[in-house]
Design a protein around this ligand. Structure first.
Ligand SMILES: [Zn+2]
Length: 349
């Protein structure tokens, strides 16, 4: 009786389960291999072996073979590139970097590792616009100190990253207040107003040259797409800066054939205080520009605007007003004198 009581009260040693996916075939295959290893280990170690000893022996053997060492720490010699942000780090410094600068950082790190086994740590970070200028210091040798920038330089000694962001700022239509709110919210640094204006002065020149070139190409492309090379048809519309009391209006003319921009005139209140007249003034400037390029307008399509109607009637050989896309028109014919020629005028209402 005593023996039976002892047996039933014997505790099982602590254990855990590993779930192995697989059907009966997989199960019998694995158990067979485990049995084989168990038999070998029992005879060489000359003691009974359990599953945990078998699996550890197998894993140590694999690690030794693959990594040349049984030190399990060497299984992960590199830190994981996936890292989670701790709540205290959410406000850490952010900056904008360029691919090539990241390569430079890698090369710097590699060169330091080849001469020293200390680690490079960020000692100080200074923001220059959106670029971080970082002082790196070795944990072992103080003379190992390097300065790394998150952007490369342009020939004018300005940072590529800052110029790229200035370009985006000026070409996106962002107002300065939008820019500062955005960068302050993100915490990626800010390009000062003075530097933005300095950039703008040069940028304006280049943008104007590009725009002139693009317009010239567009006019030529459109002109040569007609069989009789005697002028072009244009479509024109105006967009106000905002609906009520618009501070500016952009008047744009497109070539009817290629739909490329023939001219784009921003009209502000400094040119005419009356916003209602902006469309007409823009149209007048577009006509003057096309005339200076010796380009005749054959048909001008646009939406209803009384002051523009009058201007076009007074100036154009062939007038076609449309509501929307060249539709719902009714011809009214008459004669107009334009550039010394008496020509048939077709107005569509
Ligand atoms: Zn060092």
């Amino acid at each position: 009786m005593a023996t039976e009581k002892q047996d039933s009260s014997r505790k099982r040693p602590p254990n855990f389960r590993i779930e192995i996916p697989g059907d009966e075939t997989v199960k019998s295959r694995i158990l067979e291999k485990l049995q084989k290893v168990k038999g070998y280990l029992t005879s060489t170690l000359n003691k009974p072996v359990n599953n945990s000893l078998i699996i550890e022996e197998l894993l140590d053997f694999w690690i030794k073979q693959q990594l040349g060492s049984d030190n399990s720490k060497e299984l992960h010699p590199f830190p994981s590139t996936y890292s989670q942000t701790r709540s205290q780090d959410v406000d850490q410094g952010l900056f904008v970097t360029a691919e090539k600068s990241l390569d430079t950082y890698g090369e710097l790190f590699e060169a330091h590792t080849s001469i020293c086994n200390g680690k490079l740590k960020v000692l100080k970070r200074t923001m220059k616009g959106h670029v971080a200028s970082v002082r790196l210091m070795c944990t072992k040798e103080k003379s190992h100190s390097y300065l790394w920038s998150s952007s490369s330089y342009l020939p004018n000694d300005e940072f590529l990253v800052n110029h790229r962001i200035c370009h985006a700022f000026y070409s996106s239509g962002f107002l300065p207040v939008h820019y500062t709110r955005f960068v302050n919210g993100t915490g990626i640094g800010c390009i000062t107003k003075e530097r933005r204006l300095k950039f703008f002065r040069t940028y304006k020149e280049h943008a104007e040259n590009e725009s002139d070139q693009s317009v010239d190409n567009a006019i030529n492309d459109d002109f040569f797409s007609y069989d009789d090379l005697d002028g072009i048809n244009i479509m024109k519309d105006a967009r106000h800066g905002w609906r009520k009391n618009a501070k500016d209006t952009t008047v744009v003319a497109l070539g009817e054939k290629m739909h490329k921009v023939m001219d784009c005139e921003p009209i502000t209140k400094s040119q005419d205080k009356v916003v209602k007249r902006h469309d007409r003034l823009g149209t007048q400037i577009i006509y003057e520009h096309l005339e200076n390029k010796n380009m005749s307008i054959k048909i001008h399509a646009y939406d209803r605007n009384v002051s523009v109607n009058k201007f076009v009637r007074d100036n154009l050989l062939s007038i076609r007003m449309t509501y929307g896309m060249l539709s719902r028109h009714q011809d009214v014919q008459g004669y107009q004198t334009f550039r010394g020629y008496k020509l048939k005028c077709t107005a569509t209402r």
